[in-house]
Write a protein that binds this ligand. Structure first.
Ligand SMILES: Nc1ncnc2c1ncn2[C@@H]1O[C@H](COP(=O)(O)OP(=O)(O)OP(=O)(O)O)[C@@H](O)[C@H]1O
Ligand SMILES: [Mg+2]
Length: 799
């Protein structure tokens, strides 16, 4: 069953066929991104006892309520009538539209993971472990109730089990004081409450009535005190018979619900407000103007180097007014140059720069900068699979949902095709698919380089996953062969990357090998004959992991671009032992992405902040992450870097919430203390409304060692942040934009010059922390060159 089991929790208070009241708790998928399911109070319907409605009728009424309120398309539900311990069923559609009927298992009042049975008798979603467990647990329940009837249990227990918790709670409430309890019973009850307090199940369920996790323990403590004062002997005996068990917790829970609703209305209201202000459900409704349009979406779907972007750009150029949204500044610049060269006036808009071309009706921008206000004839969103990126995905999602364009061309691999289909069915846009094949198949060279750099050839791109490794490789290759290496990695400004790419592409020089990080994976048109993976594992910020297959494919696909000197692409590994993993990755079909990224707008964060005044911005973001509600197709993008900047800026007073929000998005490398220092200084000056100076000297010349090279990288980073801020805040506060632009160009130039002659050992940027490779033992040393290859993938896998 698509979408997994629908878990539901109902409590029906009934006497025979007459239903008095019902509280329906619906699961809210991803209420909390870290938890799987939580329950949500949908509605409370009170029926007077005289309202004589048959269970079946009631179930269909309830069904309507559930269907109209549920965030799921076709929620399935079941209602169990505790009065005769026989479930009465409601036939419902499963997500694929198949009719399903409820299984005939007996169960008691509270039912979790209600099992549905398909018409042919199989448990719906039988592959799902949860649901199987449900079916089993129901059978167990049935047996136990037989035992009860068999008379080997305490008198009155059956009655208690079937009693309406509301009534039980009312009785407790009106009881004068509790009957005398035996010491041992008292101890058991204490244990039961301790078990209740620790129960993850109960804490999760409590969210359904807006008892937040942080208040849950307090609520349980109050409830325990109340219970001990009022509990009757009969109730105590029943609970003691259950012992400190899940059963006892589940028995107490509905009484606890009644108690909380009555005792903590303010806490519940507060939590409810907080939750509703962190509501990120139905993101397609955030863009009413785009929704009012009938948009045509064309998905250019295919592997790398298959002409997707080329074809989308043809439509873009033919349009009267168009926008191209790029994943990278570099690619936006390239499209800007290409399109203008073809005679279509096009402006450039990135976080750092705005180049307005007079009379232009076309824009090439980075996806984060796209306007959802302007109206366009044609929009292109490149690398649409980035919607699933854990950090930046929200920018693609926003562009897809919010762009006001008659025609939107999406270019990307097939991994997000299904989810785009789903989104289009929600937005009402028409979706057309255009499928592509690679111009020439990518060939794997089974021989590999056998660990010897002497096998490096002209046109090779050797791929590594850290800056340090890149420089070590460059040194080793240049020392052992006659090749000269260009380098491309993430910390280089786009201008320098382009300069290095041109140097490599150009045939009239000795720079015929490229050593690059995954930064070559997107956007650059390079004359690569063969992609050679130095390693297929990388540091993910926490540990060394295998490079995901989708990324391996993307990088390997850089070899053999149409129109380049090497139209036939080859790929291989440095070491034979990594080859199998490379082949595995290339063979794997594109994974089907289930969720895409979202991030709140400032207005949403501001609304949420209204519920939690007096907490720091970083804490506020954390709380938002904990409490936001998301539909099943979305996840909240990671925002660790934003929190890091927010924490640093905490000491800067006088910034409004909006200022903080904007500062936190500045493209700073939070691992670079110098860059962070400058960002802090910019914010501090901004907060006291003093024009923000650059206060950074220009280096005298190109770098002579790695420390100087890193210094150039940092300086460019700082200027890039300054330029970004000058675009996002008032110009008067950042008056040195022109100067920053000039400095940035000069530094990018110096970086280019430095890289041409770079032949030094890389240094650690942070000194103290060991680099990922250093953490690993057993790296391989190449003959005589001092180069130490990081552990092979196989070893990392084993670890
Ligand atoms: N019909 C065409 N005529 C001429 N050149 C083409 C044509 N289609 C594609 N190309 C060229 O082939 C190369 C790859 O095309 P393109 O960039 O569109 O591929 P892609 O599928 O978008 O790849 P990637 O996934 O790597 O972005 C480009 O240099 C492009 O200019
Ligand atoms: Mg492309």
């Amino acid at each position: 069953m698509a979408g997994g089991p629908f878990t539901s929790l109902f409590r029906i208070c009934a006497s025979r066929n007459n239903v008095h009241s019902a509280r329906v708790l619906l699961p809210y998928q991803n209420f909390h991104s870290m938890r799987q399911f939580n329950y949500w109070v949908l509605e409370t319907h009170k029926f007077s006892p005289s309202f004589d409605v048959s269970c079946r009728q009631f179930s269909s009424t309830l069904g309507d309520i559930i269907h109209s309120h549920s965030p799921l398309k076709n929620p399935q539900f079941t209602i169990f009538n505790p009065a005769d311990a026989r479930p009465f069923s409601s036939s419902v559609n499963d997500e694929d539209g198949n009719r399903a009927k409820l299984n005939e298992n007996k169960s008691l009042g509270f039912v979790e993971n209600a099992g549905l049975e398909s018409v042919d008798g199989n448990c719906v979603g039988a592959g799902d472990a949860n649901e199987n467990r449900v079916c089993e647990s129901m059978v167990i329940e049935e047996k136990q109730s037989d035992d009860v009837e068999g008379g080997n249990n305490i008198v009155g227990e059956k009655n208690l089990v079937f009693r309406d918790p509301v009534e039980l709670y009312r009785e407790l409430l009106t009881a004068e004081k509790n009957d005398k309890l035996k010491r041992s019973d008292w101890d058991t009850l204490q244990e039961i409450f301790s078990c209740f307090s620790k129960s993850g199940w109960a804490a999760n369920q409590a969210l359904g009535i807006y008892i937040g996790m942080s208040f849950f323990h307090t609520a349980v403590n109050h409830f325990r005190n109340f219970f001990f004062k009022k509990c009757s002997a009969e109730l105590a005996v029943h609970l003691v018979s259950l012992g400190a068990s899940d059963k006892a917790v589940r028995f107490l829970f509905p009484i606890f619900v009644e108690y909380c609703i009555e005792e903590f209305p303010d806490e519940i209201k507060r939590f409810q407000n907080m939750i509703s202000s962190a509501d990120l459900t139905k993101p397609h409704t955030w863009f009413p103007f785009a929704r009012a349009m009938k948009r045509k979406i064309v998905y250019h779907c295919g592997p790398t180097n298959s002409g997707k972007t080329y074809n989308a750009l043809q439509q873009f150029m033919e349009a009267k007014k168009g926008i191209y949204c790029s994943p990278l500044r570099l690619l936006a610049m390239e499209v800007f140059d290409k399109v203008n060269a073809l005679g279509v006036y096009c402006s450039l808009y990135t976080g750092q720069e705005k180049k307005h071309v007079p009379f232009s009706n076309h824009i090439a921008c980075t996806v984060e900068m796209v306007s959802t206000e302007e109206l366009y004839d044609v929009a292109v969103i490149d690398e649409i699979q980035m919607m699933a990126d854990s950090c930046r995905g929200y920018a693609w999602t926003r562009a897809l949902l919010g762009l006001k364009a008659d025609e939107i061309h999406l270019c990307g691999d097939p991994s997000v095709l299904d989810i785009v289909k789903k989104i289009c069915s929600e937005t009402g846009d028409e979706l057309y698919e255009q499928h592509y094949e690679r111009f020439k198949p990518l060939v794997v060279e089974a021989k590999t380089l056998l660990g010897d750099f002497k096998n490096v050839r002209s046109g090779d791109c050797v791929v590594a996953f850290s800056r340090r490794e890149i420089f070590e490789l460059k040194m080793a290759i240049e020392k052992q062969t006659n090749h000269r290496c260009c380098v491309i990695y993430g910390a280089l400004p786009p201008e320098t990357r382009r300069q290095q790419a041109n140097l490599f592409n150009d045939q009239d020089n000795e720079y015929d090998v490229l050593v690059a990080s995954d930064a070559v994976g997107m956007g650059l048109n390079l004359n690569i004959r063969r992609v050679v993976f130095n390693t297929l594992s990388k540091y993910n910020g926490d540990k060394i992991v295998p490079v995901p297959p989708s990324q391996v494919k993307q990088i390997a696909g850089r070899a053999g671009r149409r129109g380049s000197r090497y139209p036939d692409g080859l790929t291989t590994t440095l070491q034979l032992e990594d080859l199998d993993y490379l082949i595995d990755c290339l063979k794997q079909p594109f994974e089907n992405v289930k969720k895409v990224g979202l991030f709140p707008f400032f207005e949403q964060v501001e609304l949420f902040a209204g519920q939690l005044p007096n907490i720091s911005f970083a804490h506020l973001l954390e709380k938002f992450g904990e409490n936001c509600r998301l539909d099943g197709s979305y996840f909240l993008c990671r925002h660790d870097h934003i929190k890091k900047v927010a924490n640093m800026l905490e000491r800067v007073h006088g910034l409004s919430l909006e200022d903080r929000f904007n500062f936190c998005f500045a493209p700073v490398n939070f691992r670079d203390p110098k860059a962070m220092y400058h960002l802090h200084r910019f914010a501090a000056l901004y907060s006291i409304k003093v024009p923000v100076s650059i206060a950074m000297g220009m280096p005298k010349g190109s770098a002579r060692n790695d420390a100087e090279l890193q210094d150039l990288e940092t300086k460019h980073q700082v200027l890039s942040v300054y330029l970004w801020l000058s675009q996002h805040f008032k110009k008067e506060i950042f008056p040195y934009k022109k100067k920053a632009e000039e400095m940035a160009i000069d530094i990018a130039d110096l970086l280019g010059q430095s890289l041409i002659k770079a032949c030094w050992k890389p240094e650690s940027r942070q000194g103290g922390n060991p680099r990922p490779q250093q953490k690993e033992d057993g790296g391989e040393r190449h003959k005589g060159d001092g180069y130490r290859r990081p552990n092979s993938l196989v070893k990392n896998y084993e670890k």
